[in-house]
Design a protein around this ligand. Structure first.
Ligand code: ZN
Length: 139
């Protein structure tokens, strides 16, 4: 279901609770909402008012990827970059790693499986932005 974006800083700055397999509907809402946004690339649950650690991003082929409880375990090659956000008007300068090792949960047959995966470049940057949202960090 397409949801309205939340710009309330009190909601966006709250630390999100751990997601559970019951949050699959939230992930679907994120995918639906993101598809409805022109040039939308990534969205976290608190941006649609749900303070759970769930985020979705689209890869270069517009395929959705759902990350439950994402955590950056390691980062390499930090650089200052300019970054926009769907629920913030101005562009911000932030420090992002060029390469990360991410730990997250994936929903497989109704249960979470923990995954560890490496990401680089644009994908790594979007994911770090999502991890910040899940932690209630505003850039
Ligand atoms: Zn954002």
């Amino acid at each position: 279901m397409i949801k309205e974006l939340v710009r309330d800083e009190a909601i966006l700055s709250a630390r999100c609770e751990k997601a559970t397999p019951e949050d699959a509907a939230v992930a679907q809402d994120l995918i639906d909402t993101l598809r409805a946004i022109e040039d939308g690339a990534c969205l976290a649950a608190n941006q649609i008012g749900v303070t759970k650690q769930v985020a979705v991003y689209f890869d270069d082929d517009q395929q959705p990827h759902v990350l439950y409880n994402p955590r950056v375990m390691m980062g390499l090659g930090a650089a200052r970059v300019e970054e926009g956000c769907l629920t913030r008007d101005e562009v911000s300068k932030v420090t992002r790693y060029g390469k990360i090792k991410l730990c997250f949960d994936e929903l497989v047959d109704g249960a979470f499986r923990q995954r560890k995966r490496d990401y680089v470049g644009w994908e790594a940057q979007m994911i770090q932005h999502m991890v910040d949202h899940c932690a209630g960090r505003l850039i």
